[in-house]
Design a protein around this ligand. Structure first.
Ligand SMILES: [Zn+2]
Length: 326
């Protein structure tokens, strides 16, 4: 039984906002395209594993929890957590194009692209070791004495993988059912305990909060980002606010009452902290501070006193932000 949905990676929206707003010759723009592709591939791989697990039938009750964020001393993220009455199993999912060579010393995954470029990434074995340790500690804190197993799953059999020494099983999705079926089957929990454990995982789950672009790339500043409101029909920047609506300045003559919402979301994906009225006016290129206030409210922003330091929750994209909005 699959217990919750898998959220799309937040980095996609950050990359999209950056690609809309940075000038094409900005060196960060090229990196964002690559990063977005990787995030999309990673998510596609995880969905592929989800679909195999959705069809898997286990001899006893089974709970499958995709994309879990837990805290035990430090925060850790599990691609897939599988719980049964006998064991827990963590699946670390990879979808990396090109050839992947997993090295022991230092623990690295070296990706070799079709054109021969090499790129070093973190070792999935080291990642799994760390997650196994933290999840065992997490279970220990809850007096749940079940063994925890793990495997690295490469989402597509077409992926070329080499590992000098495999300290954990490496699987393709079609092998997951056999792997799970062959884990020791002695029940240590009754079904009520299993449901309670599942409930605890779900209530403890802390979704990943995506950082805005400027904290990932310090070279992204107000000066390097295009201001203005993009036309919802033709995609050109430079919509003008008059008579309580946005008017496209090019020949498409599109009129919109809500085109600012996407622009304000872009701002939050790119910059950190809360948005002030002045920042809003500059970014949307409007002069009327009352109009700007209404636009911020209609975009779902919560008004806070000036610099009161309280966290602000922006409901539109669930990001926790510190600072003042107005
Ligand atoms: Zn237009």
């Amino acid at each position: 039984m699959i217990m919750k949905d898998r959220a799309r990676p937040g980095i996609e929206k950050v990359c999209d906002a950056g690609l809309r707003r940075l000038w094409p010759d900005n060196p960060v723009a090229g990196k964002l395209e690559e990063r977005r592709k990787q995030a999309e591939a990673g998510f596609g791989g995880e969905e592929r594993v989800d679909s195999v697990l959705a069809e898997y039938r286990h001899p006893g009750p089974i709970r499958i929890i995709p994309d879990v964020g837990l805290v035990c001393g430090s925060r850790f993220q599990l691609d897939v957590l599988v719980l049964t009455q006998s064991w827990a199993c963590l699946l670390e999912v990879k979808n990396i194009s090109g050839r992947s060579v997993i090295k022991d010393i230092p623990p690295q995954l070296v990706r070799i692209t079709k054109d021969g470029r090499e790129e070093a990434l973190g070792s999935p074995f080291a990642q799994l070791d760390s997650n196994l340790m933290l999840f065992r500690d997490w279970l220990h804190e809850r007096n749940t004495p079940i063994p925890v197993y793990g495997a690295v799953v490469f989402a597509y059999p077409s992926q070329m993988v080499e590992a000098a020494a495999a300290t954990h099983p490496i699987l393709f999705p079609n092998r997951i059912p056999f792997f799970l079926r062959n884990l020791p089957g002695r029940p240590l929990l009754d079904e009520h305990d299993l449901n309670e454990l599942t409930r605890q995982v779900l209530v403890s789950h802390e979704p990943f909060v995506q950082r805005p672009l400027c904290t990932m790339y310090p070279q992204v500043t107000e000066r390097t980002v295009r201001t203005g409101v993009m036309c919802t029909a033709c995609g050109e920047f430079g919509m003008r606010w008059r008579d309580r609506a946005w008017h496209c300045s090019c020949s498409c003559s599109c009129i919109s009452r809500s085109a600012h919402v996407k622009a304000i979301q872009d701002w939050f994906h790119i910059f950190s902290g809360g948005m002030t009225n002045e920042e809003c006016r500059r970014f949307l290129e409007v002069e009327d501070r009352h109009a700007a206030r209404r636009m911020m409210k209609s975009a779902g922003l919560i008004e806070k006193g000036k610099a009161d330091g309280k966290p602000i929750i922006n409901h539109d994209f669930g990001a926790l932000r510190e600072g003042a909005l107005f």
